[in-house]
Design a protein around this ligand. Structure first.
Ligand code: CA
Length: 229
């Protein structure tokens, strides 16, 4: 169940918002003071914050600014003043949306729903991005350090894996052989740029359909290599 924090000092409005959101299955917590609301927003886990602008102690602008320093949680700002809208838009506070009083409860619910869904998609996409790299039939699964090429696992040594991961993490960037050697083997290791050449050759034999005509790792003559996309 999604939980929502409403920071709103007008009790009647706060309760109306709460009742409506609860009727749609959300768990709702109310807070009337800005300073306590900010503390709760920073310390507890919510899925979305409905934030009034005019509040005792600390206003909604400042609360929004402070939450954004540490969190991407969706923030829906509520205001009664037209001037506030320009401020919400213009100050770069990081609010996701705003709604002006008076508003209908169904409008509030629609906005809340939309922002919760958007945030969920964002975090799901991000998790996927962090965990694997997918480029034209090649999948590098970082948690398991496995590499799949057209759904078949390529059995790479640890250095081959690191080399591939480094190149694929910076698509199209040209790496000099010396830099690759330093980053994967370390400056103090025995070996030199030729070590890189040998490893690239083996890596290609494992991931390229035709190693003499590579689709993934390009040789940049006289310089080094790049992962092409
Ligand atoms: Ca208020």
């Amino acid at each position: 169940m999604k939980s929502i924090l409403i920071i709103e000092d007008e009790k009647a409005i706060a309760e109306l918002e709460r009742d409506y959101l609860e009727s749609y299955g959300y768990t709702v917590e109310l807070e009337g003071r800005g300073d306590i609301g900010l503390k709760k927003a920073l310390e507890e886990q919510y899925d979305l914050i409905v934030l009034d602008v005019m509040l005792p102690k600390i206003d909604g602008f400042e609360i929004c600014r402070q939450i954004r320093q540490t969190s991407n949680i969706p923030i829906l700002m509520v205001t009664a003043k037209k001037e506030d809208i320009d401020k919400i838009r213009g100050l770069g506070l990081g609010a996701d949306d705003y709604i002006t009083k008076p508003f209908s409860p169904s409008e509030l619910v629609a906005r809340v729903k939309a922002h919760l869904a958007r945030y969920e998609r964002l975090t799901a996409d991000k998790a996927e991005r962090d965990e694997s790299i997918r480029i034209r039939g090649l999948v590098i699964d970082k948690p398991s350090r496995r590499v799949m090429i057209h759904e078949k696992e390529a059995m790479l040594t640890s250095k081959e894996y690191e080399l591939l991961l480094l190149l694929a993490s910076h698509p199209n960037r040209v790496f000099e052989k010396e830099e690759l050697f330093e980053r994967i083997w370390g400056v103090d290791s025995n070996g030199d740029a030729a070590t890189v050449t040998v490893h690239i050759r083996r890596l290609r034999e494992k991931i390229e359909h035709d190693p003499s005509n590579p689709q993934y790792i390009d040789t940049i003559w006289g310089v080094g290599y790049r992962f092409k996309v």
